[in-house]
Design a protein around this ligand. Structure first.
Ligand code: GCV
Length: 721
């Protein structure tokens, strides 16, 4: 190579490097990107209003506050902002609690602080020593950290910060992620790689990811994490593992994230050498008391236990002729002295039980209302079957007024396209939260049941089954991040609107250019409805592939458990389709309060999205559009595919505004989603057509393959099993 050509090559390489973004846009930074604010006037405003930062006080959490605000402002304002201990000029941002900061104490905020509880925060535009200032104040250091993230969110979203008067308090006390992570690092229903918890290297090695995970949770107000799968392994309760759990708890603590574990009910036998796990046996009770004391000696702020019992093969109190309250109360007594809680799941059903699976949780739990200890919450899935793309709200909400009822949502998309489909879930979460149980008259929403206001409970909780793994972008699909984000935001304040949460997330994840925000928001807001349309329109449910739950499988039948087949749920025959849950059928409808029974019980008033959930409907039944049920089904399935194609178009139009890496990632996944949507549409319509014996309307796209083709597809090694 001559000197001239080598110089040229060097220049070329340099030019190439300069044209690349400085930071890889691989999604790792989530919504906490802190890139420079683009709007010039806003940038000027921020630089003026925040020219100096004061954080008084010392604690591990305040150290994080200091670091976060310095890092955030440096990135967003593109200049160093001094973070000191003294307010010396106008434009000071002051952060602290009256206890940590004499300056905050001097502001006489006690009335306002009284109203916001331990975790809440105030963000106020005010005067400090006669000069304009912004104050983030709280009663606890964690409140200050939550306020810090809120303030940075305002800047990331290019909001006006000249007249701030924010007070924010979480509506729900326990805002918890449930990791279905196994000790071998596989994740049940996980589509983002392996478990974050590297048990083999713990307790010695604290991966930076643990801290980044805790920070991300703190940024959206999540304050608890259940580390292990509800299909539990007793080993995590052995000393060897507890010291590892302690290492994680220590790492998470400054971020306000408490650690919980799943308790395998048979642990006293499996790791304790006892002959029984009977909750009324004194030796079993002592074993749990001692185990709990051991845990608290290592982790003084241990949150407590989450339990799946007597369901899908898990052991439980019923193995000993005891009931769920007996089991929950034994564990509750064990953790009570140290302030722990028990989250006892109501996801309980049995294939030996002849009754409709949708009825079994209510039948089993309602009679136990009032018999649980004060530190027990019953954790109920949003719907009575299992996290389907759409379910009516679970009848247990509002049915157990004497028991704190906790919500369980699924953030991981087991039934909503797993790792390949874009489905923004806030509208689904909100749909359940806003549903009216009528338990105490009109307006008795599910949200009021779980935030404790309906029945005056102070112990309140909400859980989300996590979608997080070792994938570089945390959630596999970039848009999966929006569901982690939305869960946290709604757990803090269930009154937030899906569209606002989406807009926040888009601005922080991409940028606040309206040419990006509006189209992406539209995509997100239609995405869940699209999934419902191409998978389970009109109230269909549980018609997915066997075991891995990937792809369509409406033909699944003759398995060892009827309640795991599809034909159990859709009940298609030559007359029609749908599960009759009215008086003429399973009468599951009777589990709802009378106004809800009335609404759902009549096909004419039943919201069409739940029609086939509650009714077996004739193929020629006229739905609201005037079409026959069969034709409506065909159009809805096709609409789902069209909606995905529209998302593809929208995304393609954004190329110029987005970085290559994330643009290509999402575009490729949308292509897969289109293929999968067609697969669902074609397979389901061809299969149901064998019953309806009616043609697919001629203006709709024809199925690409035969039914036989779809039925013999057998995807191998689907993740998440
Ligand atoms: C953790 C469904 C899932 C299971 C899950 C179960 C549960 O059945 O398919 O993987 O088990 O729900 O919520 O316990």
């Amino acid at each position: 190579m001559t000197q001239k050509t080598s110089l040229l090559t060097l220049l070329l390489l340099l030019a190439l490097c300069l044209s690349q973004p400085l930071q890889a846009e691989d999604g790792y930074r989530l919504w906490l990107r802190y890139d420079q604010v683009q709007e010039k006037t806003r940038l000027q405003q921020y630089r003026q209003l925040v020219s100096e930062v004061v954080v008084e006080g010392n604690s591990p959490t305040l150290a994080i506050v200091r670091k976060e605000i310095a890092m955030g402002l440096k990135g967003l304002l593109s200049q160093e902002v001094a973070v000191g201990q003294q307010a010396s000029k106008a434009g000071t941002l002051l952060l602290g609690t009256p206890a940590s900061s004499p300056l905050v104490a001097s502001l006489q905020l006690s009335d306002q602080l009284k109203a916001i509880g331990t975790e809440g925060y105030l963000i106020l535009t005010t005067q400090l020593q006669g000069r304009p200032a912004t104050v983030i104040a709280a009663n606890s250091d964690m409140g200050v950290l939550y306020g810090t993230f809120c303030f940075l969110r305002l800047l990331q979203s290019a909001e006006d910060i000249t007249k701030l008067a924010i007070n924010s308090t979480p509506k729900i006390q326990h805002r918890v992620l449930n990791h279905w992570d196994n000790l071998d690092r596989t994740v049940e229903r996980g589509y983002a790689g392996f478990s974050l918890w590297d048990w083999h290297k713990l307790p010695g090695y604290i991966d930076q990811r643990y801290l980044d995970y805790a920070r991300a949770n703190a940024s959206i107000g999540i304050n608890g994490t259940v580390l292990t799968n509800v299909n539990a392994n007793a080993l995590v309760l052995t000393r060897d593992y507890l010291v590892k759990v302690k290492a994680l708890a220590d790492a998470f603590r400054p971020y306000g994230l408490k650690v919980y574990l799943t308790a395998r009910f048979s642990a006293p036998i499996e790791i304790g050498g006892l002959k029984t796990a009977d909750p009324l046996d004194p030796t079993v009770q002592s074993w749990w008391n001692e185990k709990s004391a051991e845990i608290y000696s290592l982790i003084p702020d241990f949150g407590g236990f989450l339990v799946k019992a007597n369901s899908e093969g898990q052991p439980g109190p019923q193995n000993y002729g005891r009931n769920h309250a007996d089991g929950a109360n034994m564990l509750a007594d064990a953790v009570a002295p140290q302030g722990g809680i028990v989250m006892w799941r109501a996801f309980v059903y049995d294939d030996k039980e002849p009754d409709d699976r949708a009825k079994q949780a209510y039948s089993g739990f309602k009679p136990l209302d009032g018999t649980f200890r004060k530190n027990v919450m019953v954790q109920v899935k949003n719907g009575a079957i299992d996290f389907q793309p759409r379910e009516p709200f679970h009848p247990l909400f509002g049915a157990m007024p004497k028991t704190p009822i906790m919500m369980e949502f699924q953030i991981t998309q087991e039934y909503l396209g797993q790792g390949t489909n874009l489905a923004y879930l806030a509208p689904m979460f909100r749909e359940t939260l806003l549903a009216d149980t009528h338990a105490k008259g009109k307006g008795s929403t599910v949200a009021k049941v779980i935030d404790g206001t309906l029945d005056n409970h102070t112990l309140t909780g909400i859980a989300g089954v996590a979608n997080i793994g070792t994938d570089r972008n945390w959630t596999g699909h970039l848009f999966g991040q929006s569901n982690w984000y939305a869960f946290g935001r709604l757990a803090w304040n269930h009154q937030l609107h899906s569209e606002d949460i989406a807009a926040e997330w888009i601005k922080m994840t991409f940028n606040s250019n309206a040419n990006v925000v509006i189209p992406v928001q539209n995509m997100m807001l239609t995405s869940r409805e699209a999934v419902v349309n191409y998978m389970t329109p009109l109230g269909l449910h549980h018609i997915m592939g066997w075991s891995h739950h990937y792809g369509p499988g409406p033909w699944i039948k003759d398995k060892h458990r009827a309640d795991w087949t599809s034909v159990y749920y859709h009940r298609a025959d030559e007359q029609g389709i749908g599960f009759d849950r009215t008086k003429t059928g399973s009468n599951a409808i009777a589990q709802y309060y009378p106004p809800v029974q009335k609404l759902f019980g009549n096909p004419k008033t039943c919201p069409e999205e739940f029609l086939l959930w509650f009714h077996h409907v004739k193929w020629d039944y006229k739905v609201k559009s005037g079409k026959t049920l069969w034709n409506e089904l065909c159009y809805r399935y096709s609409t789902g595919v069209d909606q995905v194609r529209q998302m593809q178009k929208t995304w393609a139009g954004l190329e110029q505004h987005l970085d290559d890496e994330r643009f290509t990632h999402v575009a490729s996944l949308l292509k897969i989603q289109e293929e999968e949507a067609k697969w669902w549409r074609d397979a389901c319509l061809l299969y149901f057509q064998t019953f309806s014996k009616r043609p697919i309307p001629s203006d709709l796209e024809k199925p690409a393959q035969t039914l036989e083709h779809y039925m013999q597809l057998d995807p191998k090694f689907v993740p998440g099993i």
